[in-house]
Design a protein around this ligand. Structure first.
Ligand code: COA
Length: 162
């Protein structure tokens, strides 16, 4: 059946080097100390690092609207980065990426997902709490530029043996 011409399709795919221009734009618009292209290039080369983009495919082509970066280390997934384009927030994109990461963690037999978030980032903390993450610690002065603490958040996953 033909797709409606205005229909938009959302996909989550592994990030490719050709996505980096769009990813860096989101990064720059989202963080006070954005990562450089070189940092992303190094992440893309790490065996244990996973980077995904959420793209919207519409009649005029495909656009990256959100991305995430996480590490698989033994039985833990650690989320390093997640961001949505400012024009595309509150549309569920970060939630889609988090659900994708939770699926990935479960499929790899992980017991935990961890992350650090600025204490003042109430929106992100609300998002993580909605997935069952809970605060388990504080890293004082983790964001040195602004002398801001990080909240460490943990999601415990039930494993098949529990
Ligand atoms: C935090 C961020 C990733 C959320 O992305 P998003 O795609 O807008 O998130 P979602 O649409 O999936 O939000 C799901 C829910 O989380 C909560 N939430 C998300 N952003 C929020 C905000 N700014 N204020 C309050 N609640 C928020 C809400 O409960 C929201 O549901 P609702 O829209 O029905 O109220 C996005 O704001 C962003 O890129 N911020 C800058 C980068 C950043 O801070 N990343 C996190 C680093 S730890």
């Amino acid at each position: 059946m033909a797709r409606h011409p205005r229909e938009r399709r959302i996909e989550i795919c592994p990030m490719r080097p050709s996505d980096l221009d769009q990813v860096l734009e989101i990064e720059r618009l989202s963080f006070r100390a954005p990562w450089s292209r070189q940092v992303f290039v190094e992440e893309l080369e790490r065996d244990w690092a996973h980077l995904d983009v959420l793209t919207e495919r519409g009649p005029s082509g495909s656009r990256v609207v959100a991305f995430c970066n996480y590490w698989l280390v033994r039985d833990e997934v650690h989320i390093l980065n997640i961001a949505a384009h400012p024009d595309e927030r509150r549309k569920g994109h970060a939630s889609r990426l988090l659900a994708h990461i939770v699926d990935f963690a479960r499929n790899h037999g992980c017991r935990f997902i961890t992350l650090e978030v600025r204490k003042s980032n109430h929106g992100a903390i609300k998002l993580y709490r909605s997935f069952g993450f809970r605060p388990v610690g504080i890293r004082p002065n983790y964001y040195v530029e602004e002398n801001e603490d990080a909240v460490v958040m943990l999601l415990e996953l039930a494993t098949g043996t529990e």
